[in-house]
Ligand binder design. Structure first.
Ligand SMILES: [Fe+2]
Length: 167
């Protein structure tokens, strides 16, 4: 399984490079899936529907975000109707959008993508450890997915390494 994960894409230059290169990279690297963290792709803060559409059109299968996901307000309506754009799973209940998605490619392979945000040195969110544990209980490699990608967005390396021990 070949999965390309890119991010955090920041601003126009990086965004345009990614949009231009993705179709070439998909062929050249024989990629099964492309996942892009795009939370700062719009002028360095946030993401817009237009940019999401351009990234999907270029070949991104899933877009992930983080603490800057709501910086451009127009994304709130978009995320509610686009399950392939994720926000961190452990945001408060009732937050628009979802933090996990399963996509299937033309060959029938299944990717589960999970987007999480850590707690240390970050704004208040639900605890990240039980959120990851719950996602992994619900999605078993082999049973529910051929590949599970977890984008952990955060500040503290120690917390991220500890999260890795759950996987
Ligand atoms: Fe961020």
């Amino acid at each position: 399984m070949r999965v390309l994960f890119l991010g955090d894409i920041v601003g126009r230059t990086a965004r345009n490079d990614v949009i231009e290169q993705l179709p070439l990279l998909r062929d050249e690297l024989a990629l099964d899936f492309i996942v892009v963290n795009c939370e700062n792709a719009a002028g360095g803060f946030g993401i817009t529907p237009k940019i999401c559409d351009a990234l999907f059109a270029a070949g991104a299968d899933v877009l992930t975000t983080g603490n800057h996901v709501w910086d451009k307000k127009e994304i709130i309506d978009y995320i509610a109707s686009e399950p392939r754009l994720l926000r961190p799973l452990n945001m408060a209940e009732g937050t628009p959008g979802k933090g996990i998605v399963q996509v299937t490619n033309a060959a029938g392979k299944r990717l589960v993508a999970v987007n999480l945000m850590t707690n240390l040195f970050m704004a208040v969110n639900d605890p990240v450890f039980p959120a990851l544990n719950d996602a992994l209980v619900r999605n078993k490699l082999g049973r529910d997915a051929d590949f599970i990608l977890i984008d952990v967005h955060g500040e503290a390396t120690s917390e991220k390494m500890a999260l890795g021990s759950l996987c």
